[in-house]
Design a protein around this ligand. Sequence first.
Ligand code: NI
Length: 425
Amino acid sequence: MKKLILLFFICSQFMLSQNTTIEADIAEIESKIIEWRRYFHQNPELSNREFNTAEKIAEHLKSLGLEVQTGIAKTGVVALLKGDNPGKVIALRADIDALPVTERNNLPFKSEVKTEFLGTPTGVMHACGHDTHIAILMGVAEILSKHKDKINGTVKFIFQPAEEGPPPGEEGGAKLMIKEGVMNNPKVDAIFGLHISSDTPVGTIEYKPGGIMASVERFVITVKGKQTHGSQPWAGVDPILISAKIIDGLQTIISREAPLTKEAAVITVGKITAGTRFNIIPESAELIGTVRTLDKDMRTLIERRMTEMVTTLAKAYGGEAEITFQNNAAITFNDPDLVAQMLPSLQKVASKDKVQLCKATTGGEDFSFFQEVVPGFYFFLGGMTPGNTKAFPHHTPDFMIDESGMLLGVQSFIALTFDYLNAAN
Ligand code: NI
């Protein structure tokens, strides 16, 4: 009898502790995620080269008893947490790569890593905050694995390499992960992702249903003319003049044809190559640039009109031209139903006034490829010290994140996981 009472006592204590520890676990994880983040910050690795990063992540996930797969899309790590109860499958994603940027600050955990990028010596820096994303998701995995009994379904943790784009000639990132089957076995029902933001105050979440980040197209225009002496243009066809007409023409697609009150759109020519010297009209010219759109129909319209304009303008001036597009990111499109369903979870952890509707940005994110497969929700997490008036942009040497913003990321993912999986049953 005594034994039975003791057993009862132990059991009830156990249950009590299980019921009350999620909040305590979250508070306790903060020092760990800061430590992890500093480690990754000091040891950044470029896209498709995240070998040590992946090893550290896998080590942690294995220590939690999760089913861990490594080497997905080269250096990606995927872990499965099966809840005690059946249900849907939710995926949480963190990107893990750093950038060829030389860090400029006096942080004790500043990166001193040096490498070569496309033949040029450079420092390496987590200049987009992906180090915080890794730490947040590692923390979420640790907490959720302690509460399997409350999970209805499965959580898939996706640590994705090469978000910044694989090196030329290589595949990588979300696209390759999908190709290698990351959204299957078990099949993912919904995916969530976040990005820390250097100019959003700590404690704030920014979101937008529909397109929140733009699709990213890289285009190459090849213009063919006819080479001649610079003093006798009538004897040839000038591809540089045709290029100028094309650049001018392309901007009228944005200013005169794109329905700009619907969403933003951008065409930028970023590189022009032509010619050898002052008195030769060259044979050809090449224009390279990018198109950003936030709406599928606008993307179709703009690409169609660019193709028409490039070919017909060149023809009008006696030359020839063609354009090719390469898609580097789809529209980061937040499923409106999923956003409506899950918004209360974010409002619960951040408080209602701290969850703010934001404008779309014309930057791009390869999380968008996951959202083409299943409904997804991607939001921004505040990482700026409140009151700071000079936030340095992402991808710059002075980029800075206030670590106290990370805990809300952990809380958000945990709330989204429980609320999504519980609602689905
Ligand atoms: Ni980023």
